[in-house]
Design a protein. Structure first.
Length: 81
């Protein structure tokens, strides 16, 4: 999987599949969504807005894809993979 980022305001970064890709390919998935305000770095930078969305195989720990929206999303996505 190759991560990519779009440096807009807020930044958008993704690696792997998103919900539309998984649906189009007929892949079953579960979505977990987290508020970026839960990340220490976001709190320390006073940029605690945005979210992280993780797609996984149902009832498994296998990650299908991750989408980040928020400040430093391009930097954060690199730490995941």
């Amino acid at each position: 999987m190759i991560p990519w980022a779009t440096f807009t305001d807020p930044e958008v970064a993704r690696v792997g599949l998103n919900e539309q890709d998984a649906t189009n390919q007929g892949i079953a998935y579960e979505v977990s969504r987290y508020d970026i305000a839960d990340l220490d770095r976001a709190i320390a930078d006073s940029e605690a807005y945005g979210f992280i969305k993780v797609l996984t195989v149902p009832c498994k720990d296998k990650i299908l894809g991750v989408t980040l929206v928020g400040e430093h999303a391009g930097d954060l996505i690199q730490n995941l993979f």
